[in-house]
Design a protein around this ligand. Structure first.
Ligand SMILES: *Cc1c(COP(=O)(O)O)cnc(C)c1O
Length: 406
């Protein structure tokens, strides 16, 4: 269990190390996990898997939830269940975690990388609409084809970046008017709402992650949510080696071993009980950072809420890209774990050849983005300490560069 008491102390300072985002397990985690061992249900069947799925469905408001071994597996199965086939194209933001694009490649499909909104960091609905309008044709069979690549557009995969809801209304409207399904990568967005509803159900299917660094965790875990019974049944089937029910060793497709175990589900069930409290605390931490940086010329908070209510999973700020490396090093010296945020995926070696659409902001913004510590047990005093250190470093840089240019 990670608690302030177990944080390491650096030898030249008594200040606690401040991690970026660690699991906080102050509920019934130990009791539930222990009961798996006592009852003998430790593997991929057991009462906590069912309970976890029910709880996820209740929180999201979905008819179905299928637990998976992680969020990446959830994305892979969701795309397969929506009919993504080898050679297809899937629209993906370039500013996201690598797993979003990898899941597309696991299906043998190719991502088309989209830009991010400079304030929310999420995919822009206007871009999705303009891509369909300017780059696609509808074929006789109704399929939408990218004229430049000849690929069928099989899905749109928006991401709620760092928990901030994407431009869902516009994205879903554009995609559905062309008959293309939307799969929400809500991996980091458990507890986030858009237009008053929990994210994950605005398209055909949504995916969540319960990795250790997310707002609530199973250790590792994921879930697929949908109101479409056919999709839910298919995802469940594919996640259990495509085994036909009741019959041992009788399988009807190449499936996957993607089920969550009962131990992971037990931990996750205890964590879900604390979701609301964690969202409240994360939002308070974000608000406190925002107040610190409100009048700053050198530090800008990202993830502006539009129609959403974010879970504030990861706090993100933008600084001068030339300042970032020095800032991270200075913070590390103080025991503060900050992290450079995503590198746009279309610049990474395995995606450099993938098609892109209207990229403008992502590559310019990314080099200045930093995630700041925001674990749910971070105290106000420590938020203040981090914010002051960031402010101090960035101000010094502003002053010294003014000296240089004077
Ligand atoms: C965490 C994350 C994933 C992957 O989830 P895992 O559980 O780590 O496999 C996918 N997409 C996004 C946006 C994420 O943040």
């Amino acid at each position: 269990m990670t608690s302030p008491a177990s944080w390491q102390h650096t030898h030249h300072s008594v200040a606690p190390r401040i991690p970026l985002s660690v699991p906080v397990m102050t509920g019934r985690e130990e009791e539930y996990v222990r009961s798996c061992i006592t009852d003998g249900f430790v593997s991929s069947v057991g009462p906590f898997v069912t309970r976890f799925e029910k709880e996820v469905a209740a929180i999201v408001g979905s008819a179905h939830a299928v637990a998976t071994v992680n969020g990446t597996a959830a994305l892979h199965l969701a795309l397969l269940a929506c009919g993504v086939m080898p050679g297809d194209a899937v629209l993906v933001p370039t500013y996201t975690f690598i797993a979003t694009a990898n899941a597309v490649r696991y299906c043998g499909a190719e991502p088309v990388f989209f830009d991010c909104n400079p304030e929310t960091l999420c995919m822009d609905g206007a871009h999705v609409r303009s891509y369909f309008a300017t780059r696609c044709v509808r074929k006789a069979d109704g399929a939408i084809m990218d004229r430049e690549t000849g690929r069928r557009v099989a899905a749109v995969l928006p991401v709620h970046v760092f928990g901030q809801p994407a431009d869902l209304a516009a994205i879903v409207d554009a995609a559905t008017s062309y008959g293309v399904p939307v799969v929400e990568d809500a991996a980091g967005a458990m507890g986030s709402r858009y237009d008053g509803r929990h994210v994950g159900l605005f398209g055909r299917v949504g995916c969540f992650s319960f990795n250790g660094n997310k707002i609530v965790t199973c250790g590792g875990g994921g879930a697929v949510v949908t109101n479409d019974e056919r999709i839910a049944t298919l995802v469940r089937h594919l996640s259990t080696q495509a085994k036909r029910s009741g019959i041992a060793y009788d399988h009807d497709a190449v499936g996957f071993n993607y089920r969550l175990t009962n131990i992971q589900a037990a931990l996750g069930t205890a964590q879900l009980e604390q979701l609301d409290a964690k969202v409240e605390r994360k939002r308070a931490i974000a608000a406190r950072y925002r107040a610190h940086f409100a009048s700053s010329a050198s530090v800008r908070c990202l993830g502006v809420e539009q129609r959403g209510r974010a879970n504030a999973w990861l706090m993100t700020v933008r600084v001068d890209p030339d300042t970032r490396e020095g800032l991270l090093a200075a913070l590390a010296c103080d025991g503060i774990e900050a992290r450079p945020a995503y590198i746009p995926l279309h610049t990474l070696p395995m995606y450099q050849m993938s098609p892109t659409f209207a990229l403008e902001h992502a590559t310019r913004i990314a080099p200045g983005c930093v995630n700041l510590p925001c674990s749910a047990d971070l105290t106000d005093a420590l938020v203040d300490r981090v914010a002051e250190r960031v402010q101090m470093y960035c101000n010094e840089r502003v002053v010294s560069s003014q000296h240089r240019s004077a």
